[in-house]
Design a binder for this molecule. Structure first.
Ligand code: ADP
Ligand code: MG
Length: 873
């Protein structure tokens, strides 16, 4: 009858490379317990739902300069003093319970210094149940009706799970009940220890949704304590010897075939209710207390681990019995760990054995920290350092959670009192570091392949059947049998009885007939049923076809949807790129427009400047034109003046030459008639003069205006000589000059007489006169007064500009002055006039010279002239 099927926990992925890349960080929660009345100073402040601030207490020197320092720490969630046990449970443990029910592993531990509320958080107190009783309650609330009978699931000693049929389980139950005197775990609330009775309030009960109803479940609990790096089973059944108590036996850790760690030989108690489970826990707790007291141990130095193991197996296709397939059994576990106080040895002040204990406790917590640090490093920097799980029992036991997969959560408990400040700071640092460690997310359990809802349908069927059978206590078959006529009595008392047998035969024949009828009826009904079933089948087939068609269509539609989606995606991408392009173009346009605007502005300013420059140019042109015409005019005048001066000079030179020629001629004629010192008569005098006059270019004569005094001789007698005024003269009389004894001598007052002109004399005077003697054409010596103005040259010297010539002549004849004054050109007929011609010429020339100085002061030339003329008679 032993149809036990050995099952093992579903094979887990090899530890070092979990197939699922999804990882979750270790969930770290912080719980701040309230201060007690004595603790006045608080060093922790909750600033947000995820952050706390740690203040150094007064008088606590944080660094060398004694600065007051504040540090902030962030966690997944921070629970302040007012947070209830239920709220904490809902946030922290509920998801782990849900995972457990779905075949996933979880690890939850409390961490903190002694007195920070670890045990309160994990176990709680009456009315304020902690995470452990709440988890148990929720588990049984969720799987209550789907639990397998006791011993259907059986743990083996290699961390595996066996499964057996209900009958075998029943037999085992009976056997155990009779053979062993195992103290039966109470199953009703009445027997529950009053200490733990009111852990939970009924209204706070939790239940998981979506529990697979087509599976059967069983819960096993175990409770161990790790003290001094030794593992003790708190649920072990030991025969207590009151007189000589045996020291507890430590357990060892083993690895099962799936590389999961387990405590070898540890009691796993199957429990069927939360109360029962908690009762078991409490038993362990009591044992722990006893051991601690008896062995003089400090409970805060031990780690306690409560393991809830859930075995589940699917129901068979009928939904009636558990599937007897070991491969379909899955085991998941939730470990609830209340770690030892994390304070350092020095603080406890322990001595002797205590130091060793404390050291060990610290060692295992220290090792936990080391493991976390290396794990984090490996994950963050891709290193492959060996994680020293084996260095302590605690880390070794939970190796699979970090190496394999599962959900790990830690509740960090802190007491905000100032005394704990330093320890609390260390706790915070460890906690912050731990939340950077990632653990592979547990995979979903594969589905067994049977139609869901089997349990429910089976139950419904059973109810229906029960109703049918229970109808008036008779079955349908019984009813049919009753409808047959009763058999007559077939007791033969007499061998000659001929009535009984025929009557029996008749009755039997009757029954035969009725049976035949019933059979016929049954066959008819069966046929009908068959045809109905066939109809149903065909309609089902057609329905299935229809469904298939619809499915095909659906698939097509889905394909279309998919293609549309990809098209949409493509278009959206295109749209995005277009938008991007538009954006770029808009930006470019803007840049260009800006450029255009600035260029236009520049154009405008340049245009303006051009305009300005043009008008400026025009103005300049006009000015230049004015200047040019002015300069031209000036230069024209200047040229004219120079030409005239030159002309005059040339004429003078010509005239001088003429005179020289005349003198020469006179000498020649004189030499021809020796002894005649007298000058030649006027007749002869004029004759050679004529041709000389003819030699002059006619233009010169015409250029020089006709002398005024021809008809009306100039008589400027009344005019006072200017020289008589302030003007100073240089009177140049060459030493060769002869004193002719002329009565009328030019008198120049205020003059410096020189025989050769010199610089000194010139610099002192502003006018110049040269007395020149020469022999006239008529042989007479004539004296000429050549006048000029002394001009200061730019170089600092003096120059003389000739302006006037006066001629003084001695005549032996008694010709009248007026006749001499007649213009030569006027009367060529009068022979007497010919002599006058020379005079007139000189006069004319002088007037020309005078005219050249138009606007200037009348020079003494006129005066001498006048004087000469006046004095001549
Ligand atoms: P630990 O296990 O860390 O040494 P405990 O859980 O034993 O600390 O807590 C010490 C004391 O503080 C207990 O009496 C407990 O009831 C109380 N306590 C701890 N946390 C809280 C809390 N959050 N609210 C109320 N009381 C608390
Ligand atoms: Mg405690």
């Amino acid at each position: 009858m032993n149809r036990q099927v050995k099952c093992k926990t579903p094979r887990r992925p090899p530890p070092r490379k979990p197939p699922n890349s999804q990882k979750d960080p270790v969930g770290v929660y912080l719980r701040v317990r309230p201060l007690t009345a004595e603790d006045e100073e608080c060093c922790i402040e909750v600033i947000s739902s995820t952050t706390v601030q740690l203040h150094a207490p007064e008088g606590f020197k944080v660094n060398r300069n004694g600065e007051y320092k504040e540090t902030q720490y962030s966690f997944k969630k921070v629970f302040g003093v007012s947070v209830s046990q239920l709220e904490l449970f809902e946030h922290v443990a509920k998801p782990l319970v849900v995972d457990l029910l779905h075949g996933k592993n979880g690890l939850l531990f409390t961490y903190g210094v002694t007195g920070s509320g670890k045990t309160f958080t994990m176990t709680g107190s009456p009315g304020l149940g902690g995470l452990l009783p709440r988890s148990l309650d929720m588990i049984f609330n969720s799987i209550g009706p789907f639990q397998a009978k006791r011993y259907v699931f059986k743990t083996d000693d290699k961390n595996g799970m066996e499964i057996q049929c209900e009958v075998d389980a029943l037999l085992e139950r009976q056997k155990r009940d009779s053979n062993f005197t195992v103290p039966k775990t109470p199953s009703s609330r009445q027997k529950v220890d009053p200490e733990i009775g009111d852990m939970l309030r009924p209204e706070e009960a939790c239940k998981a949704d979506n529990v697979d109803e087509d599976s059967s479940y069983s819960i096993f609990v175990s409770y161990i304590e790790i003290y001094n790096n030794y593992i003790y089973d708190l649920l072990e059944e030991t025969q207590e010897d009151a007189i000589k108590p045996k020291p507890p036996q430590s357990k060892i850790l083993r690895e099962d075939q799936n590389h999961n760690m387990y405590v070898a030989g540890c009691m796993e108690v199957e429990v069927k209710s939360a109360e029962e489970a908690f009762q078991v826990f409490w038993r362990g707790q009591k044992k722990r207390k006893v051991a601690n007291t008896r062995l003089n141990r400090e409970s805060s130095r031990s780690h306690s681990v409560f393991i809830i193991k859930l075995a589940q197996a699917p129901l068979d296709a009928d939904g009636d019995n558990i599937l007897q397939d070991k491969n379909q059994v899955s085991v998941s576990q939730l470990c609830l760990v209340d770690l030892a106080g994390s304070e350092r040895t020095a603080r406890t002040g322990a001595e002797g054995t205590r130091i060793r204990e404390a050291g060990n406790i610290n060692q295992s917590l220290l090792n936990l920290r080391t493991c976390m640090e290396i794990l984090r490093e490996n994950q963050m920097y891709g290193t492959n350092k060996m994680v020293p799980y084996r260095d302590s029992k605690v880390t070794h036991l939970f190796k699979n959670y970090f190496d394999g997969e599962g959900k790990v959560r830690m509740v960090v408990c802190v007491n905000p009192k100032a005394d704990d400040y330093e320890e609390t700071m260390l706790v915070m640092r460890f906690a912050e570091m731990t939340q950077e460690v990632e653990v592979a997310r547990p995979l979903d359990r594969p589905i067994c392949g049977f139609t869901p809802g089997r349990r429910h349908r089976n139950q419904a069927f059973k109810e229906e059947r029960g109703a049918l059978i229970d109808n008036d206590g008779t079955s349908v078959v019984n009813g049919m049998l009753l409808s047959l006529p009763p058999l007559p009595s077939c007791e033969l008392t007499d061998p000659n009885d001929e009535i009984t047998l025929p009557r029996l035969i008749e009755a039997l024949q009757n029954r035969q007939r009725i049976r035949q009828m019933i059979t016929d009826e049954y066959n008819r009904e069966a046929n009908m049923m068959k045809s109905m079933l066939q109809q149903l089948d065909s309609s089902l087939a057609s329905k299935e076809n229809l469904i298939h068609e619809q499915n095909c269509r659906l698939a097509e539609k889905e394909k279309v949807i998919q293609s549309n989606k990809t098209e949409i995606d493509r278009l959206e991408k295109k749209n995005k790129t277009q938008e991007h392009k538009i954006d770029i173009l808009q930006k470019t346009t803007k840049v260009y427009e800006d450029d255009k605007r600035s260029l236009q502005q520049e154009l405008e300013t340049r245009g303006h400047r051009l305009q300005r420059e043009l008008s400026e140019k025009r103005r300049m042109e006009q000015r230049l034109q004015g200047m040019v015409s002015d300069t031209k005019h000036k230069w024209e005048k200047e040229c004219e003046r120079r030409v005239n001066a030159m002309q005059l000079e040339m004429q003078n030179k010509l005239w001088v030459k003429d005179e020289k020629l005349k003198q020469l001629k006179a000498i020649v004629t004189e030499s021809k008639t020796p002894g005649r010192p007298d000058p030649p008569p006027r007749q002869t005098q004029t004759k050679p003069q004529r041709p000389s006059r003819e030699e002059r270019p006619p233009a010169k004569r015409s250029a020089s205006p006709s002398p005024l005094p021809t008809t009306t001789p100039v008589r400027p007698l009344h005019r006072r000589s200017r020289s008589a005024g302030g003007e100073k003269w240089v009177d140049h009389k060459p030493s060769s000059s002869l004193d002719l004894g002329t009565v009328l001598q030019p008198v120049i007052p205020n003059a410096i007489q020189v025989s050769t002109p010199n610089e000194k004399a010139l610099s002192k005077c502003d006018r110049y006169v040269l007395t020149h003697q020469e022999v006239a054409s008529d042989g007479e010596i004539q004296t000429k007064l050549i006048k000029g103005e002394v001009i200061k040259t730019r170089g600092g010297g003096q120059a003389v500009q000739f302006t006037d010539i006066e001629t003084l002549k001695q005549e032996l004849t008694t010709t009248t002055v007026p006749s001499r004054k007649r213009k030569s050109s006027e009367g060529a007929s009068a022979s007497g006039d010919q002599t006058d011609g020379a005079w007139t010429d000189v006069e004319t020339r002088c007037s020309v010279a005078l005219e050249m100085k138009a606007g200037s002061n009348m020079g003494p030339g006129y005066e001498h002239h006048g004087i000469t003329k006046r004095r001549r008679p």
